[in-house]
Ligand binder design. Sequence first.
Ligand code: NAP
Length: 520
Amino acid sequence: MSVAPDRVCVVVGRTRHKMVQAEIQEAFKRGAAFIELRLDFLARAVDFKRLAPLKQCAWLASIRRPQDGGRWPGKEDDRQMILRQAIISGAFEWIDLETDVANTIRRYGTVKRIISYHNMTETPADLDQIYERMLAQDADVIKIAVMAQHPRDNERVLELQRRATKPTIAFCMGEIGFPTRFLSLKYGAPWIYAAFNKERGVAPGLPAVEDFKTTYPVRSINADTKVFGLLGDPVSHSFGPVLHNHTLGRLKQNAIYLPFRVPKGQLEEAVKAFERVPVSGYSVTIPHKEAAAALAKEAEPNVQLCGAANTLIRRDDGTFFAANTDFTASFESIVEHLKARAEGGIVDFNSVFVLVLGAGGAARAVAHGLHKAGAHVTIAARTQERAAKLAAEIECKVVDWHARHNVLPCEVLVNCTPVGMHPNTDESPIHVSFLRPGLTVFDTVYTPENTKLINEARSRGCDLITGVDMFVRQAAEQVKLFTGQTPNVDKMREILRKAMSPLTRALDDETDDADAAADE
Ligand code: NAP
């Protein structure tokens, strides 16, 4: 039987009692069944009498010291006195006591004890010994929260979680450690912590409870949950998790898709660190696409052609197969668009002239795909050597970046640079005078969807393909590779647009369920 009152413990930390009261009430209204009150956040002495009347679910009290990531400014004796008061106040079912003080505070009544160890700077070498000592203490639940400096730290903490002999919640903090907060649930942790209010900076890497509604299906995680993820740096602002998790949910997969922040140069070690989970498939983004292609034992021909992979699929023997769904997605986006405009729906690529801006991963995928189909490709990129190298591989034309406006004829313009991407939304990679009615403008940038280039092209009567179309197609292809099932691409487009819109960030569960039912 589970020791937890709920799988999610909602953390409330505010400086004023009035705000604590407001957040407790709002959290309960939104479904919280277990709330941690971080009493160290309060600027004035805690007044249990003001808080207790609001109690409608299980509460946990903690008062963190600065060395544990808390804000308690006073003396240690006073802190322990308040912890004792919390225990006897009758307001709390749970109390959190740090491992070094837990033995000095006795068990009282039915109040359950979390004995915790926090390390805000590292995952210490002697973590196993620390855990052994904690096992000997009088705990109902043991909590280990340590900072991940390297993907290897995640592996050590997950290993500890796996072989836990008492109810244990072990995870890494920080962006690198983020996936372990979810994976610990898979290995039996009784609950996951989530901030009621992410803006309060309660703990590094702590997800917001809202994220579980919009993005991560934590309530259904169990030992059989399959794990997929995104390897990259940065990853925190990616729309991959929201899009993949909703899509996997609609396909009725017991699966979760998590962002794995992996610094440049650490891809191989990161993949090894999560080998035992195992992670069944990865999306791969900047800066690891080339490294992913090199890591795979086997790859589809497009990966060799582009020298880059954006997808890794784990085989039963633990090796990886690499794919490049950017290649197929960018090509399909263009083909479908041109087909819709061509007489009889047949595209004669031999008469299509394309100008590709950029010479990185996306440009490689676009240029190789179009060249293979027979189109006349010209490359223009800021770094001439990169442009020349790509053009030489393809045996296509290359022009100086400053001469890009002189490229004629041009039926399709493809932006494969990040110019115009958030936050530089007032930039465009090409002067508006280049844009004319009938020109197809494909901007691979998808944050925002309506870039300056897309807006100017629309006002000049061009035909448009946005980065959202490509992003959804490459993700749909990945879902197929991950699960063997074909997702509904239109629905994925809708999910992405909804998630990207700040006004509708919170996807409405009810609407989604109704849509899912209609889909079946
Ligand atoms: P990449 O490998 O880093 O290549 C970026 C290219 O853009 C390079 O040629 C780079 O030139 C050039 N560039 C960068 N900043 C520039 C600037 N200010 N002015 C002119 N050129 C500049 O990146 P990538 O993987 O190809 O991705 C490029 C863009 O494609 C991304 O920003 C993303 O928005 C988009 N993308 C979209 C999708 C999708 O699904 N919609 C998928 C993949 C990529 P240097 O060599 O001089 O740096």
